[in-house]
Ligand binder design. Structure first.
Ligand SMILES: [Zn+2]
Length: 411
């Protein structure tokens, strides 16, 4: 078989395109394949598909293809341009590559498949791609995937903040709790960060929202209230966030008491910080026994801890009425406790209670997206080469968006 015919078949090049010449360069181990086309009476406009006259050709462009026989393989062609009565002069759609890519669709598909499984650095090294080239491939893949998204119902949303690198730079991430995918990522954790999300939904999706899990964070509350009907019945403050606040209050009690005890030479609370935050069920028997002695003591910390556990029993109720009664009773206990941190957290929970109790109706937490969080952690871990936040945002969509990323030409 003639090498031109061989490469036509390998590349899957079809009429009107054909291989004009094959230039094998032994020293750099490259094969350059020059494509040309037959004369056609008309070419479809890239915009509307209407048959148009050939206008001219762009200067020669190159596309990196999958290696053939371990030779770096590069296609060359002069893309034709048409003149459409409606859209003017346009480059035609090329069957082997997406517009504006310097890689063939098959090469991009391979790189995407590898990037799904390995770090950007590993894929870049293996395929001989620069950072910019890797990011270009990911950026195009994400744009395609987002454009292809269908407007499926998203009844349960989770709004989460994520720290970006170290320090206090945040991202806002919106999860589809039902399908376990990231729907939206934005910089910061301001109201505007979340405001941008609602416009990506259709009217039907927006009306179909049943519940939104989130931290007790007013900018998010304001954004949901401004965009979702009956938001006050749909916002569910995250159970684990509630537990975290209670845990911090217990810890504040412990720190103060520990200081006072140690001044009197009593070391009982020394080094127990994490015991009060852990679930006793998860302790080994010896630790559990030691901890039982502590929590059954007359210490203030033990009282605060019991208060925390009792508050969390709220989540075991089935009906709202008894749950409200339980909370009212608990709130009175906390307020009479003379433990300042417990009084403060009780007041805060009372103020937020209407959107804590909504849990009993919707049963959602942001932990539903635990596996997503693990994936985002992985993205962060393999993200050491990110130059900017946009790359990081793209990587989250790429790995966690549940998107259809493949170039159209490979389908
Ligand atoms: Zn047109």
């Amino acid at each position: 078989m003639e090498d031109r015919e061989l490469y036509r078949r390998i590349l899957g090049i079809e009429n009107p395109w054909r291989v004009e010449s094959v230039d094998l360069q032994l020293a750099p181990r490259e094969v350059h394949i020059h494509l040309t086309h037959e004369g056609l009476p008309a070419w479809p406009c890239a915009e509307c598909g209407a048959p148009c006259k050939l206008y001219d050709h762009q200067p020669e462009r190159q596309w990196r293809h999958l290696d053939t026989c371990q030779y770096r393989t590069i296609l060359h062609a002069e893309p034709p341009r048409t003149q459409c009565p409606t859209h003017g002069v346009r480059v035609v759609k090329l069957p082997w590559a997406e517009p504006s890519s310097r890689f063939t669709a098959l090469f991009e598909a391979l790189a995407i498949a590898w990037l799904k499984a390995a770090s950007q650095k590993a894929v870049g090294d293996q395929l001989g791609l620069s950072w910019d080239e890797v990011h270009g491939i990911m950026d195009r893949a994400v744009k395609r995937g987002l454009a292809r998204r269908q407007a499926e119902p998203v009844p349960h949303l989770g709004v989460d903040e994520k720290a970006f690198r170290k320090g206090h730079k945040y991202m806002t991430v919106v999860n589809d709790l039902q399908r376990g995918r990231v729907l939206y990522v934005a910089e910061d954790r301001k109201q505007e960060s979340l405001d941008g999300f609602w416009g990506t939904l259709t009217e039907g999706q927006l009306n179909g929202i049943e519940a939104v899990a989130m931290d007790m964070w007013d900018p998010y509350v304001n954004s949901v209230s401004g965009h979702v009907a009956d938001a006050d019945r749909k916002i569910v403050f995250d159970k684990f966030h509630v537990a975290q606040h209670l845990g911090m209050a217990v810890d504040a009690v412990r720190r103060k008491e520990n200081k006072a005890l140690r001044a009197e030479g009593d070391d009982r609370l020394k080094g127990t910080r994490y015991d009060w935050l852990r679930n006793p069920v998860e302790m080994d028997p010896e630790d559990r026994k030691a901890f039982a002695a502590l929590r059954n003591s007359e210490l203030k910390t033990a009282r605060a801890w019991a208060m925390k556990e009792t508050a969390m029993n709220l989540y075991n109720y089935v009906y709202e009425g008894p749950a409200r009664k339980h909370f009212q009773w608990w709130y009175g206990w906390a307020m009479r406790s003379r433990l300042e941190p417990m009084k403060e957290v009780a007041a805060m929970l009372k103020r937020r209670f209407d959107n804590i109790i909504t849990y009993l109706r919707h049963h959602i937490t942001n932990a539903t997206s635990e596996s997503l969080n693990a994936k985002i952690q992985w993205v962060k871990y393999t993200a050491r080469g990110f130059r900017n936040k946009q790359n990081f945002i793209n990587a989250i969509y790429f790995h966690c968006g549940g998107l259809d990323l493949a170039p159209a030409a490979t389908k």
